[in-house]
Design a protein around this ligand. Structure first.
Ligand SMILES: [Fe+2]
Ligand SMILES: [Fe+2]
Length: 175
């Protein structure tokens, strides 16, 4: 699943984050079977930009937490529980996302940090406590569902094409 042209344009508008060297490494970290963590974060941030006026939340804040919520350099497919004291990825990656964001110089106020920490709700150490937090957990789940479904749809299409090719080969051809 590739980024749409609208998502790519949107990412370019927030280049202070999306062009950051460490942040760009998220492109190498797969997510939801069909995408990578960079593209996933851009999609979540784009969804947040639409939700912000509906929830009466500051758009810049909404986009920022969308972009930074999964800023963790661990590929959960390869997580052997040897690091992070054996903790599950869903519990530690929001904490690490905030740490990485701050170490790269991105300022997050306490509401933004809490929104990121709780975005995996109910599989989280804390619950959302603000409109920003509920927006983020909703946008993240919506995008994650679409990305996971896209993979299933592509697999179905691939299987269908293979099956169709096999069927055509089995049919007698009249000249
Ligand atoms: Fe996450
Ligand atoms: Fe996410």
């Amino acid at each position: 699943m590739v980024l749409s042209s609208q998502d790519t344009t949107f990412a370019g508008e927030y280049s202070s984050i999306t062009h950051n060297q460490k942040y760009m490494q998220l492109k190498n970290i797969p997510r939801h079977g069909s995408t990578n963590t960079y593209d996933h974060s851009v999609r979540v941030a784009h969804a947040m930009s639409y939700l912000a006026p509906i929830f009466h939340v500051d758009k810049e804040s909404a986009v920022k937490v969308g972009l930074l919520h999964d800023f963790c350099m661990v590929d959960y497919h390869k997580d052997d529980k040897a690091t992070h004291h054996g903790e599950w990825y869903c519990f530690y990656h929001p904490v690490e996302a905030v740490e990485n964001a701050e170490s790269e110089g991105f300022y997050l106020n306490i509401t933004e940090k809490r929104a990121i920490w709780s975005h995996m709700f109910p599989l989280s150490k804390s619950i959302p406590t603000s409109r920003l937090g509920y927006m983020l957990t909703l946008a993240d789940k919506k995008v994650a569902f679409e990305e996971s479904f896209a993979n299933a749809y592509e697999a179905y299409q691939h299987g269908y094409i293979l099956l169709r090719g096999m069927t055509l080969r089995l049919l007698p051809i009249r000249k």
